[in-house]
Design a protein around this ligand. Sequence first.
Ligand SMILES: [Fe+2]
Length: 438
Amino acid sequence: MRIACLVVLVATTAVAHADEPRMLKGPYLQDLAPTSITVMWHLDQAAPAHVVVEGPGGARAIDAVAARIGEATIDRLAPASRYRYRVEVGAHSWNGEFATAPAVGTDVPFSFIVMGDTRNGTDAHRRVVERMAQEVPDFVLGTGDMVDDGSHEDQWQQFFDIENRLLRDNVYYPSVGNHDRQGRGRTADSYRAFFSVPENGGDTERYYAFSYAAARFLVLDSNEYSFALSDQTAWLERELIAARQDPAVHHVFVVMHHPPFSISVHGGSLDLRERWTPLFEKYQVSAVFSGHDHVYERAESGGIRYFVSGGGGAPLYPRRPNPSPVDLEAVKKFERAFHFLRVTVTGSRVEVTGVRTDGTVIETTAWADSAPPVLAPSSAAQRAAVAGPAAGAAAPVVTPAEPPAPESTDSGSLVWIGLGGVGLLLAAAVTVVRTLRR
Ligand SMILES: [Fe+2]
């Protein structure tokens, strides 16, 4: 009899656990601001959740409606403060922590990580994330191509499985890569569903802007149709003008998947060079971070610094045999390595370090952003035009690289071509570049 009762009890317990919602992704952090943050999660079945936040001012609880992909925005937080949080679903709970952003315009030091092109390169992706976990960034920027095919749920699951611990305690700002889209219409339904970014762009969540301390970040959708069929370019210029009208904005950083300059497989994007690079120069952005080519690259053009960070785990790309002269002239450093970027901002100084998975450094580039002229609202465009390209840009300082890790293949320094050669090659550049455009 006692045995029979025990069997019944065990069976009941097993049924109860089978009915419990299972956490598939997260919880993970989104949309960081001085007084608010968004917590997201993905369950295997719709269920209500309870989010508890503890920090300055005590503990608060928020009830989230039943959903498979749930989110809760916690507001009325104290700026620059550390909190612990807990997501409770049924009988289970998951813990994490975060720090709110400093007040917008506050000139305090901060750091962030840039990485991208994981694309289900599982083992390498895991190694990159393990190295990133040793950093203490204020947030993480993604340069896109998180998965091979945005319509495959199992690939998104794999991305979050690997990033789970990192994104539980670090806010992630994604940009949409060409592989993150899905279907014939190249929609970004999964991307939109899994991420909750500021909804201040014209095409909701595909491009957006946010502020952190004295910096403004513009995250763009560089997929071709997005600037052909949207008003993104007009939005970008409005954002740049607004940033330059704001004396509290000392740095403007741009993130987008496709690079304007690259000497790897895809090469630089002519469309981006025609449409957006002139704006980056006109309004003196501090740096542009991209992916798409699975390498590390640093380029300079028109006084603007461009970084390709596509070494997040997808198979590494080689240097292309015949880069376009435009790309070749712009790219100053190339390395075929799994890596991420550590970016630190201290006052006017910006420092970008490429870090391999073994912790060694590809190179460190540092410069000071001198204060650009603040545009008067009534004559912003005219004054920006007068300011000219990169008027306030200072020459970067590049520290010598450490030897590459064994798993990396350093293709060596760039081959500098003579000035006469540049002239001849430029004459053929237009035809070559249009052939190579993506
Ligand atoms: Fe890509």
